[in-house]
Design a protein around this ligand. Structure first.
Ligand SMILES: Cc1cc2nc3c(=O)[nH]c(=O)nc-3n(C[C@H](O)[C@H](O)[C@H](O)COP(=O)(O)OP(=O)(O)OC[C@H]3O[C@@H](n4cnc5c(N)ncnc54)[C@H](O)[C@@H]3O)c2cc1C
Ligand code: FES
Length: 529
């Protein structure tokens, strides 16, 4: 997946290039001292940063520059072009910056620069406790330190070990095509060095917001100045005979994933229940492992409720081409030791069963603490719950979304991380509203579907480009307005759609669609708001 193995492209920037070769507000890809380097021009200023995204190695030259940040085309990470800082997840690590010298109209790239000095925070918060060591919790802990918070930070995590790259658990890692080293977000030494006390294998069992104290499963308790609830979600199990059998798996944690891999190793057939993103990604991964895979789901088309019929048919056909067999409009009635019996009596042999039928937000602690709930934990625009000093982020949080004008709760990796960051800054007193436009991606074999915005329902769906040729934008409209855009192989357009949605720039979105329809206005020319 990474671009790092590609040969270096563009000019040797240590020899210099002309300022006019770099479009204002744009980029020029070159290299310096054996490393791919991206020059970014902002008026008369030019910055040089490493050209490879620190998340999974995406090609930043194919991204966009917006508000002094370069955005990665693959999963929309953002980096500050002045400092290289990874300001927007999913990237965690900064880009290396290089010195840039002006020699008349020539731009010459020099040595790698040292990282910027650490910030310092004057926050009076005595201590921060984070419950949940996942996407949101980890992002919050790292942000507290990046913002210069020097007080105690404790992260309590029910799973053993360090926080993991959860999206990979249904993709390359499950398929056996990525090594175990890709899975931890950080190693234990990182948390020690950052003075983040990580308590793995420990649950928070009760929370008293008035006393500002949380009780842990090891019998100890912690007081806190501020607390972040980031407990994520639990996979739903099937309430049918055999639904809790030893060969029936759900997939949320690394342990779940290892359990599936153990049963898949040497197995011949798998049944996946649920044609959700996770169910289908699991189907793809198990096909890559050579298993015969049957997908059972009650709907007529996979993913139709979220992506619409065109993309639903496409994704189904794609899996069909890879040998996945679908049993749609059916549900499993019982699960036996080596088989699944469907509601019409069909018996599917199965050495293992993976159930991907959705998740429930893990709100037990919030409920016990008396926080306001509504199909999740209700937070305000600063991500603070109904209890002062208690914040919530990630899959459990329902926040007032300024773009849809309604409280929404979303189960996306990048949203959870961005909320963790904003919650951390607000804990330190920033009073920053959470305004990010939701983004997620889903990988099926060599096709990634990117999605920006949020459309729980829509009254018109429009395909621009060709789904069959794997080159399209799909716009979801409510009362004529575009509220979300899905894309295949139009990564730059997906980034621009994100920017247009951030600015509620409907004209920009319409121009992007026109470009994808081939009406002469390309996505690039339409430009962000
Ligand atoms: C297999 C898989 C693949 C996915 N792929 C994608 C993808 O491709 N794109 C995308 O956008 N999203 C994807 N997602 C969704 C994404 O991973 C979640 O939206 C994200 O992890 C939510 O982050 P979170 O911090 O809210 O919760 P989590 O990351 O789940 O972290 C919550 C943590 O809190 C712990 N916890 C719960 N209760 C307690 C307690 N009482 N005490 C202590 N710890 C507790 C949990 O054990 C867990 O470790 C995927 C999810 C899964 C499971
Ligand atoms: S590779 Fe850049 S965000 Fe994932």
């Amino acid at each position: 997946m990474s671009e790092t193995s590609k040969p270096l492209a563009g000019p040797d920037l240590t020899q210099g290039c002309d300022l006019e070769e770099i479009p204002d507000g744009g980029t020029l890809l070159g290299h310096a001292s054996g490393e791919a380097v991206l020059l970014v021009r902002q008026g008369g200023e030019v910055f040089a940063v490493a050209a490879t995204c620190t998340h999974y190695g995406g090609p930043l030259a194919e991204g966009i520059v917006q508000d002094g940040q370069v955005r990665c085309p693959w999963h929309h990470a953002r980096f500050d072009v002045r400092t290289g800082e990874a300001v927007g997840p999913p990237a965690l690590n900064p880009l290396r910056c290089r010195a840039v010298e002006r020699q008349g109209s020539r731009i010459v790239v020099g040595k790698a620069l040292p990282p910027p000095p650490p910030r310092s925070s004057r926050s009076g918060v005595e201590s921060v406790v984070i419950v949940g060591a996942g996407a949101a919790g980890n992002a919050a802990a790292e942000t507290l330190r990046r913002e210069g918070y020097a007080g105690p930070v404790t992260m309590i995590g029910a799973e053993p070990g360090v926080p993991v790259d959860r999206p990979n658990l249904s993709k390359d890692y499950l398929a056996g095509t990525s090594p175990e080293e890709w899975i931890p977000l950080r190693d234990a030494a990182f948390y020690a060095q950052q003075r983040i006390e990580l308590l793995p294998g420990t649950r928070a069992t009760s929370l008293d917001p008035r006393a500002r104290r949380v009780v842990l499963s090891d019998g100890t308790s912690r007081s806190y100045g501020a607390l972040l609830l980031a407990t994520g979600a639990d996979a739903v199990r099937l309430p049918i005979p055999g639904g809790d059998g030893p060969r029936v798996h759900t997939l949320r944690s690394l342990a779940d994933c290892r359990g599936i891999i153990a049963h898949a190793t040497g197995a011949a057939r798998a049944v996946v229940v649920g044609a959700s993103f996770i169910g289908l990604e699991v189907a793809a991964a198990l096909r890559t492992r050579g298993l015969e895979v049957h997908v059972v789901a009650p709907e007529a088309r996979p993913l139709e409720r979220i992506l619409g019929p065109e993309l639903g048919d496409f994704v189904q056909a794609l899996h069909g081409e890879h040998g996945v067999r679908f049993h749609l409009r059916h549900t499993p009635a019982t699960i036996g030791d080596r088989s699944v019996t469907l509601d019409d009596g069909t018996v599917l042999p199965a050495d293992l069963v993976v159930v991907g039928v959705g998740v429930r937000p893990a709100v037990a602690l919030a409920e016990q603490a008396g926080l306001r709930l509504d199909r999740g934990v209700l937070v305000d625009e600063y991500l603070e719950t109904s209890a002062p000093g208690v914040y919530a982020a990630g899959d459990i949080a329902r926040w007032p979304d300024p773009h849809t004008g309604r409280p929404i709760r979303i189960e996306h990796w990048v949203v959870a991380e961005r909320q963790g960051q904003v919650a951390a800054r607000n804990i330190l007193g920033a009073r920053e509203r959470f305004r990010a436009v939701p983004f997620f991606w889903s990988q099926h074999y060599d096709v990634s579907v990117n999605y920006v915005g949020h459309a729980e329902a829509w009254d018109r769906l429009e395909v621009a480009g060709s789904v069959a040729r794997r080159d399209c934008l799909v716009a979801y409209r409510v009362a004529g307005r575009i509220v979300a855009v899905a894309s295949i192989h139009r990564d730059e357009d997906s980034l621009r759609a994100e920017v247009h949605l951030e600015h509620d720039d409907q004209a920009g979105l319409e121009a992007l669609l026109a470009g994808a329809r081939g009406e002469g206005t390309s996505g690039r020319a339409s430009g962000p708001a």
